[in-house]
Design a protein. Structure first.
Length: 372
């Protein structure tokens, strides 16, 4: 059996090595390292794939979130509602911009932001909602968009974990990241569409917002040395764009491989009453495969797998409302029952495009033998 890995980037690279190597060498030969033709072409390719008017590449997914909020003109003290159960980058940028983060609980079924919790958190100071399409599965965007319309709020989709994923809305099937006012993603190497360094992008169908964001990512410039807005330096470099251009046509195939692996896990692990497997549907793209262990043996399983040198991880062991940087007297533990439960129960298993059934069988049997 091949060695189990959380993500097998080398195996994926080997299959497209000739294409990737040529694309990188072509960029080096051109010396167009910043905002070169590869960046512009990748932008167009991704716009076509997502069926969105504007893609603005940037340096990473965290920058993408920050720039999206800057582009919307959010001001000091504005409240931004987001989920307590996510990676810190989502709330980090809210705090960096001197906005007021409002963390709310999530739903036990899909682990995404709770619609009821959003409703209860809206105040006159609320200006935006940031749903995170966690682990590759869509948040309830119809409900979120309805709330946003009712209360005149912006919606910023954090799509760092679900690029290529879709949502079946009342208006038809749409790609995640293209439903709200603005969407963001990350091209970190382990993402479903990952480059070989850092990278990110912002999506929108709003022409005026896209224009503002294009200035922000480049020091606030639309013409050289003319700074019309306060900006940052956040650009996707041409080498990373070249890699992404090669990988983008494979994205649906990559996501299908993840879905197949998830289905195999579910069939094997779902027989145990103490293991809750995620829903399998045609739109979930399984950036992570996260199960719940409900009999109190999660930490023991983690230690057991680590002892056998089987890769696994806990996303996320400490909720954001308990993190030192984001502790706030506004938060009470009773408001986060699901988040706290998930932090005690979840464990992520290897999932990637190169995972095979022999590896999965070994992992499934190891888990079942421990969780009895």
């Amino acid at each position: 059996m091949r060695k189990l890995q959380m993500v097998d980037l080398k195996g994926q690279y080997v299959k497209i090595k000739d294409q990737v190597d040529k694309a990188i060498i072509d960029v080096i030969d051109s010396t167009a390292f910043i905002n070169g033709p590869e960046v512009k072409q990748f932008q167009k390719d991704l716009e076509n794939y997502l069926n969105v008017k504007h893609v603005i590449p940037c340096a990473n997914g965290t920058d993408a979130l920050q720039i999206a909020m800057m582009g919307l003109g959010l001001k000091h003290g504005d409240e931004v509602i987001t989920t307590d159960f996510t990676f810190a980058a989502t709330v980090e940028v809210i705090a960096l911009l001197n906005l007021t983060p409002v963390l709310v609980d999530c739903d036990l079924q899909d682990m995404n932001i709770s619609i009821e919790a959003i409703k209860n958190a809206i105040t006159p100071k609320t200006k935006a909602i940031v749903p995170v399409h966690l682990f590759g599965q869509a948040a309830d965007m119809d409900a979120i968009m309805a709330l946003a319309k009712e209360h005149n709020l912006y919606v910023i989709e954090d799509n760092a974990q679900a690029v290529g994923g879709s949502y079946s809305s009342k208006d038809g099937i749409k790609k995640l990241g293209t439903i709200g006012d603005v969407g963001t993603t990350s091209f970190f190497p382990s993402k479903n569409l990952g480059c070989y360094g850092d990278g990110g992008a912002i999506f929108t169908n709003n022409n005026e917002l896209a224009h503002t964001i294009r200035g922000i990512v480049n020091h606030g410039m639309y013409e050289r040395y003319r700074h019309d807005v306060v900006g940052v330096n956040s650009r996707l470099d041409s080498v990373q764009a070249a890699v992404l251009r090669i990988k983008l046509p494979y994205l649906d195939t990559y996501n299908k491989a993840r879905q197949n692996a998830a289905l195999y896990y579910a069939k094997g692990l779902g027989v145990n009453k103490n293991i809750v497997v995620p829903d399998n549907n045609e739109f979930h793209v399984f950036h992570q495969y996260v199960i719940r262990i409900t009999n109190g043996k999660r930490d023991g399983l983690l230690a057991h797998l680590q002892e056998k040198q089987i890769p696994c991880a806990i996303y996320y062991p400490i909720p954001l409302h308990k993190q030192k940087a984001y502790i706030d007297k506004r938060y009470i533990e009773e408001a986060f029952p699901v988040t706290n439960q998930l932090s005690d129960e979840v464990i992520a298993l290897p999932i990637h495009t190169e995972l095979d059934t022999e590896q999965q069988d070994y992992l499934i049997n190891t888990i079942l033998n421990y969780i009895n």
